[in-house]
Write a protein that binds this ligand. Sequence first.
Ligand SMILES: [Zn+2]
Length: 447
Amino acid sequence: MDLIRLLAQNIFIPLSRRREGFNTSEIVRELERSQFLSLDEIRNRQFAKIKDLLNEAYEFVPYYRALFKRLGATPNDIKSIEELSQIPILTKADIRNNREELLSTKYDPATLVPKRTGGSTGVPLHLYWDREATAFKQAATQRHDAWSGYRPGEKLAQLWGAFTGHSSLRARLYNYLVTRWLVLDTLEMTEENSFEYVEKLRRYRPPFLFGHAHSLYIFALFLEKNNIDNLGIRSIISSAEMLTDGERQKIEEVFGAEVYNRYGCEELSVVASECEQHEGLHICSEGLYVEVPDGDEEKPGKLIITDLTNKAMPFIRYSIEDNATVYNKPCACGRGLPRLKKLHGRSADFLYTPEGNIISGISIMDNFAIHIPGVWQVQLVQDALDHLLVRIVRTEQFGEASLRKLSETVPEFFGDRMRYDIEYVDEIEKTARGKYQFAISRIDKPN
Ligand SMILES: [Zn+2]
């Protein structure tokens, strides 16, 4: 029996939440109810929150005050949820250039929670959440976690990058009694350390594992290669990177566990995640309004997200620079929360055929990389409209058949005019945040 879990769930976690001043358990209870509302009811509630947000922004946020003035409009002119599209999109550059003007004058800055994005696109964003939004996001994460069976207080391993560690005694004690994380740093995931991670997992026996999609995959390959099984993991939440079908298959097979895909970001927290049906990702619609104006079930479109909870620094129609397809039909689980079908990553990483057709990195991985024998990892770098550099980390199985398959698949995806060279590497370099990139585009977007 896991005694610490009982203590954590009944004593330490409630105490620690009370100290933080966030009453998340009440919000979690409400979210567990509202997820089963009809889509119509969810939309009605979203619109009420949008009206409220627009009014606050108009009254207290200089940036939006000026924006409405420029438009010659007031929040009252937005009469339906669809009409929100009349508000111009908020870009990352807008946020960087108007950091002060985006802050609500209603809040005492000392009460706000600072956030900083990783800056995968080059420059980090600095932003603030108010306390209500922070509590809501904490609760929302908890609701989405619960779909995988995970509840706070359970033992959990994290395969995560750039972690500073629990250094002080106090932090270690807090982790031992409250958060209960076993952190396995992906930035140091060498072969030797991977054996050590296995030992730690065997000793700690966490039923839950969280991690970056690609790190989970690489760790699964390592376990498979060394015939390591029975780690006792039940559910895996994959996040922070796009999960390809091939990676998911491998992770589930090796761990013998279910994978729950999740999409989120530092500036908004959890955006969408899979339920037990594993058919697309339910959007956290009580807290976010997500538009995919130019996408549908087949065609990925840009995600435009309005944060319905954070009034201290409102993000209204924020362009997160990721793309997704959507599902229009309801999910078999009965939740009314709308779904994203699949994440397709950043527009910046999309590749192009010489004819100018767009190909997302994830569709390349789903469709071809996993079918080439002997490929451990692959990365495509487009350095000209008609040239690709294919970086490959090989296994012993890589040979003639692999080269033949590659010579068939490149034209299949990119057309006959695409030339390519192969570069064999020992590893694919990760981004500064320890993330893996499928595809890198070094060309200007063709018109
Ligand atoms: Zn569902």
